[in-house]
Design a binder for this molecule. Sequence first.
Ligand code: ITT
Length: 215
Amino acid sequence: MMKIVYATGNADKVREIKEILKGCPAELVPMSEFPPLEVVEDRGTFSGNAGKKAYEVSAHTGLPALADDSGLVVEALDGAPGIYSSRYAGDKAAYADNVRKLLFKMRGKRNRKAAFVCVSVLYLPGGEIFTARGKLEGVISKEPSGEGGFGYDPVFYIAKKRKTLAELGDEEKNAISHRGEAFRKMAEIIRKLASRDSLSVTEESGAARQEDPAQ
Ligand code: ITT
């Protein structure tokens, strides 16, 4: 089975990704099994940062690496916090600080439309790279509600569900979330890679048989 390292230091994302990739033919290895590595997220896009994380972690570990770069894009704030979502209120900001800053910036705004975006990148040591995206639309509520999920979930309201993301169960969130969409697509890619690998193994053993002088 293909070994893949999760290129993320965010335990909340790991929990969700593991759940979404359940049944996927890959052995997922956490970053904690390797010497620490800090990847500087200095690219201007979700896909740029996800690609950088996947590449650097793969180079560091010698294994295929799977990264997630995600964030909240708010229309009335010209796309902020976007790629800066995890450090909106400062470098070591807690989720609650980021939420507080967001609600402050949204005071008096009538347009509260927002989207969560997730870009997942798988980098293989041979240099192949695969990308999958997901998006979830919602609105920013006036105050936090719910204990589930993480990050901005308590203020991300889904009209169809009449609930914030933090009021949904893990499974319910994954079924509609940006991360769920991106990683279900990625699971499909991993499945294809796994069957490609098992095909090439059969081809190799076929070739070996032909060369076997005993035959
Ligand atoms: P890694 O880079 O190590 O993966 P990180 O937390 O820095 O961890 P990102 O750079 O992708 O990850 O930033 C993601 C931030 O976007 C996260 O900290 C939240 O603030 C927000 N976010 C992403 N997905 C979210 C979700 O499903 N629910 C709530 N907030 C989310």
